[in-house]
Design a protein around this ligand. Structure first.
Ligand code: G1P
Length: 291
């Protein structure tokens, strides 16, 4: 199965850092966010990855390519571990790049990838902002697709006041942690939201979605929304869902990004002890200053 990762967005929430660098390349400790998303796919056996890119995103292509100069340098310097780190990712992945000339929304970005996908094949979509750990959500999507033969969407629970940041689903429980989607709405207000179950940015679609995407008109924020195409798909096909059990990190906003870095650094054997000590000191000093 192939996967699409849309990476053409401006990254305006992280300006000026993203003026000359793609937001997907922001590092979580020492690995760019996009690599975590790619590793989840590779781990699920998905190697053909279609990146929907834009101008100024060349760094992503370079990152997933081999780098003979750097590899030679590391080899000569005897830096075996670094060499492995640099090499592994580019040797496993089969990347395909398609330019989205105009950024007309997530639905439009997915539709742009269509020429790289078989007309009759199901496909995955992973969004580049959200890292999910302790569970491979892509594997779960594939398993449920095998079982039901339909589209599957991963959901996670968000606090009620955060529903306006996500696509929100109305669901019917059909089995232990498996749901049927009854309705879906993009970034509703707290009053409009049919639940607090949010789309986490991992989807598996049947090819029926293509026709719906083609017909989708601009929606929320004047953008062609993937959520609206899913809503149209619901009229003719069942769409399944499940709640992720892993930990969800939304790196697409500043606070979420900072929380991600802290958690990931605390899990690193080479950093955790000293970093924890530093954090405790910072907390102590700050609470003293507040008193
Ligand atoms: C997109 C989708 C939204 C989904 C979210 C997950 O929004 O449109 O439905 O819940 O990703 O991150 P964005 O974060 O691109 O605004």
């Amino acid at each position: 199965m192939k996967a699409i990762i849309p990476v053409a967005g401006w990254g305006s929430r992280f300006l000026p850092a993203t003026k000359a660098m793609p937001k997907e390349m922001l590092p979580v400790v020492d690995k760019p966010v996009i690599q975590y998303i790619v590793e989840e796919l590779l781990d699920a056996g998905v190697y053909d990855i279609v990146f929907v890119t834009g101008r100024h995103k060349r760094a992503i292509e370079d990152h997933f390519d081999i780098n003979p100069d750097l590899e030679q340098h590391l080899e000569k310097a005897g830096k075996k571990e670094l060499l492995e780190l640099v090499r592994n990712i580019s040797y496993l992945i089969n990347p395909i790049y398609i330019r989205q000339k105009q950024q007309l929304g997530l639905g439009h970005a997915v539709l742009t990838a269509r020429p790289a996908l078989g007309a009759e094949e199901p496909f995955l979509v992973s969004l580049g902002d959200i890292i999910i750990r302790k569970e491979n959500t892509v594997k779960r999507l594939i398993e449920l697709h095998k079982r039901f033969g339909k589209s599957v969407i991963a959901l996670f629970e968000v606090p009620r006041e955060e529903v306006s940041k996500y696509g929100i689903a109305k669901v019917k429980k059909i089995d232990e942690s498996i749901y049927l989607i009854e309705d879906i709405v993009e970034k509703p207000s707290v009053e409009e939201a049919p639940s607090n179950l949010a789309v986490v940015g991992r989807y598996l679609f049947t090819p029926s979605l293509w026709e719906k995407l083609e017909k989708t008109k601009p929606g929320k924020g004047g953008e062609i929304q993937l959520t609206d195409a899913i809503k149209a798909l619901l009229q003719e096909e069942a769409v399944y869902a499940f709640k992720v059990t892993g930990k969800v990190y939304d790196t697409g906003n500043k606070l979420g990004f900072l929380k991600t870095i802290v958690d990931f650094a605390l899990e690193r054997p080479d950093l955790s002890a000293e970093f924890m000590e530093y954090l405790q000191q910072v907390v102590k000093e700050n609470s003293k200053a507040k008193k």
